[in-house]
Design a protein around this ligand. Sequence first.
Ligand code: ATP
Ligand code: MG
Length: 406
Amino acid sequence: MTTQSSTPSTTQAPEMVLIRYGELALKGKNRPSFENALVRNIRSATKNITKVHVENKRGRLAVFAEERVAELAVRLQDVAGIKTVSPAWGCESTKEAIAEKALLVMREVLREYPVEHNLSFRVRSSRADKSFPLLSTELDRHVADQILPQLGDFRIDLKNADLVLGIEVRPERSYVFVKRLPGPGGLPVGTLGRGMCLISGGIDSPVAAYLSMKRGCQVSFITFHSYPYIGEASKKKVLDLVRQLSRYQPTSRVFVVPFTEIQTTIRDKAPEAYRTVLYRRFMQRLASRLAYRDKCKALITGESLGQVASQTIENITCIEAAAELPVIRPLITYDKEDAIELAEKIGTLQLSNLPEPDCCTVFMPNRPIIHGRVEVCEAAEAEFDVQGLMDRALEGVERYDIESEV
Ligand code: ATP
Ligand code: MG
């Protein structure tokens, strides 16, 4: 019988993922709720991949799993609150085993660099196991001395190294890593309460939802739909957008509100130039109502100053006057290109670009008002039964609960 070579190789899968999170929100009593929410969201984000065990040690999280750890690392890059993610390879907690593993991990990483690149390097270890026979600085030096002669041309640079080999020494096992993949940063979803995002099929509102999630909001969604002027495909488009956004929060609730009667009433009874502003005022009112029911404390829109006629300061004033909750507009100062870039990054751009109509395109005025006045809006609305229109729209609300498919 021949014995197989037992040389460990990093083409073996990583054993755990080390996670660093932002420090800002971590002062005082916020800390446990921040960390608990992050752990909960990590479990939820990874449940379709594998079962994880999460340990919280000294301001960092370690996520262990029996399988598919490399996939976990990629998935965790989407979890709000996470600053960086490092897939890490395990070995025995001895200085020899650590140096051996470090060499393999470095070789693997170096495959991604051009051969003659003159890289700088350092080792940085941290000991959760204070009984380990070497101090951190001694282990740094030991590992560097062992591996550098075998790696070729490197400069040691303690301040600004291109590659930092990290070592996490623990009593049961130690971990070695080099990559620090970026996470979204921000705060864990749920730590800042709930918000209701008015989502159209456009580019901006999905991005606004994502940015709110990244700042800790659990986002619910509301969309307005004018059947039969707008078909089922437009509704499906919005639901698909929410499914994509559910990568970034555990589950998402969507309310679809029938909007036809409101739009035809405005078309028939209000000054044509004010149509879009008046549609939007109804949207704010209905969203405020559903927000109360769904325990949301704010509305979220994709509005951006000056982007279209309805988004001048005066028109935003008219629209906001109908809201009963604070309105958060994450994109208010964004250029369109910046919103597009972010939409691409979060995976909503392709869906948003599908050419399905939105209810705002129904009965569009030829010359929309640019500098609307609240008194004119109120006078127009005095001509119709606002309450009745609201009640009937609310009776027809459909609700969908959507989970991420990744
Ligand atoms: P988007 O790309 O999100 O559609 P936009 O730049 O096209 O935004 P508008 O169409 O003027 O801007 O809409 C402004 C905001 O009003 C949207 O970002 C969204 O929050 C809300 N909104 C517009 N139409 C709808 C709709 N049919 N259902 C829900 N919210 C809507
Ligand atoms: Mg739009």
